[in-house]
Write a protein that binds this ligand. Structure first.
Ligand code: NAD
Length: 482
């Protein structure tokens, strides 16, 4: 890629700062508007080459990519740890998951079926499924390696080219993944990465040469992307934020529930879209259950993300740290109680690193900021309910509808709750489960369309109907005499 850093319109460099040490990890030039245009043009040519290959050849390339991802798991996870503070054990698991996603899509390249349709005698109609062309894939920083693979595979598996716009906080693993893709045999420019901040994503979202957008990020940005993409009638998949409820009934296995909920809110320092951040616990067990949570929360190992023993690392950047601390302060100011955490973990030796101790806030009311907005940090808010109806009403009292969690040993109640909760995913007696063959998409402000499972094929292809007159004899005509 050519750079035009000295041009008057050159955007600011992307400077990646370690949230663990405060040191500069990398300084990279941002893509200029002209470079975005060039990337789109190159992607179009690469897409034609990709789609002209046999499905078997595309499959082999994706499979080879999965092998390379597995082989470079340590390296990719380390890049993510350095950029975002993601703990190395989670990063490794995410890269291995990414490799699994590539194997799955390697198996899908020959399964893009159309239909033969019922039609009148003497006419044959059928559909074929075609790629859209060029996809802009805009991703956040919270799972950089995984995102740059999992979000690109549905478009790639369906025969599209991708241009990835990683977060300005974590571009390194996407750049490395692009090199591995090339090594795996991807046609040149099929998988390109454009480094930059929001303006690069904005240009891609509105670019006339981009046919589809897969966006993962906040509701605020998702709305902008949606508007820009709508101008050109682009196909859009939006995977946005969440404020996921977790409901605990008295008949649940309370030890399992306490462990599951802590994992669900503390994994990746709470920076997960589907984090179970709103705990709704039945009033009859609330005190006892909170005690279990507090006791376990204090055993969680917070520290250096590169230490394999660490379970929770720092949050990604100073802005995120300040935002989380503001939420904690506002909850206290509004009358809630910080039962544990609420600041920097006391055991840390020096004051470097953007660490926030696992935080549990009780007496949270539904109208408090901490209850209504996405915190994206290791902060669990606790409220109580008295009836199942009230639990459903509280769970649904949110602009978000991404994931949800119910803990109970009553199977019928589990089904009832699953039918009534307004969310794209309902989990029973488990923390977050994601897998490539399982759909994952949000209701309400949490998203549009679905980036995983077979549903993703709909988002990445267009259906063409073909009708042929096969009957003999004169052309049937509604115009006698003409
Ligand atoms: P963000 O919305 O700030 O940024 C996401 C991406 O959009 C980044 O690459 C950013 O540079 C880019 N961007 C910024 N302005 C843009 C614009 N005007 N046009 C186009 N692109 C633009 O989100 P973030 O802080 O990076 O990530 C955290 C958010 O992502 C949270 O809200 C979280 O819930 C959400 N998220 C959702 C899912 C999901 O599957 N639903 C998964 C992970 C994260």
């Amino acid at each position: 890629m050519t750079t035009t850093l000295d041009a008057p319109t050159a955007p600011a460099d992307v400077v990646v700062i370690s949230p663990t040490t405060g040191e500069t990890v990398a300084t990279l030039p941002s893509a200029t508007p002209a470079e975005v245009d060039e990337a789109v043009e190159r992607a179009r040519a690469a897409q034609r080459e990709w789609w002209s290959m046999t499905s078997d050849a595309r499959s082999r390339v994706l499979w080879r990519w999965s092998e390379l991802l597995d082989a470079h798991a340590e390296e990719l996870a380390t890049l993510d740890a350095r950029c975002t503070g993601k703990v190395i054990r989670d990063g490794l698991s995410e890269v291995r998951t990414a490799a699994r996603y590539a194997r799955y899509w390697a198996g899908q390249t020959d399964k893009l079926f159309g239909d033969q349709l019922a039609d009148v005698p003497g006419r044959l109609s059928y559909t074929i499924r075609e790629p859209l062309g060029v996809f802009g894939v805009i991703i956040p920083w919270n799972a950089p390696s995984l995102g740059s693979v999992s979000r690109t595979l549905p478009p790639l598996g369906c025969g599209n080219a991708v241009i990835v716009k990683p977060s300005e906080f974590s571009p390194l693993s996407a750049l490395r993944n692009a090199e591995l893709a090339r090594e795996a045999g991807f046609p040149e420019n099929l998988y390109q990465v454009l480094v930059g901040a929001g303006e690069v994503g904005a240009q891609l979202s509105g670019h006339p040469g981009v046919d589809g957008i897969s966006f993962t990020g906040s509701v605020t940005t998702g709305r902008k992307v949606n508007i820009a993409a709508a101008e050109g009638f682009k196909r859009t998949t939006l995977e946005l934020g969440g404020k996921s409820p977790v409901v605990v009934f008295p008949d649940a296995d309370l030890d399992d529930a306490a462990l599951g909920i802590l994992i669900g809110i503390l994994m990746n320092a709470g920076q997960i879209c589907a984090a179970n951040s709103r705990l709704l616990v039945h009033e009859s067990i609330a005190d006892e259950f909170v005690e279990r949570l507090l006791e376990r929360a204090q055993r969680v190992k917070v520290g250096d993300p590169l230490d394999p023993e660490t379970q929770v690392g720092p949050v990604v950047c100073q802005r995120q740290y300040d935002k989380v601390m503001d939420f904690i302060a506002s909850a206290e100011a509004e009358g809630a109680t910080v039962a544990v955490g609420g600041g920097r973990p006391v055991h840390l030796a020096d004051d470097r690193g953007l660490y926030i101790a696992p935080t549990i806030i009780t007496n949270v009311q539904p109208d408090m900021h901490v209850s209504r907005e996405e915190v994206f940090g290791p902060v669990l808010g606790v409220s109580t309910f008295s009836t199942e109806e009230e639990a459903v009403a509280l769970a649904n009292d949110s602009e978000f509808g991404l994931s949800s969690y119910v803990w109970t040993s009553d199977a019928a109640r589990l089904h009832r709750m699953a039918e009534l909760i307004e969310a794209g995913v309902v989990h029973g007696n488990t923390y977050l489960v994601m897998d490539v063959q399982l759909p994952f998409g949000g209701f309400k402000s949490s998203g549009v369309s679905n980036a995983f499972g077979n549903e993703a094929i709909e988002a990445c292809t267009q259906v063409k109907r073909i009708t042929l007159r096969t009957g003999q004899g004169p052309l049937p005509s509604p115009w006698p005499g003409v």
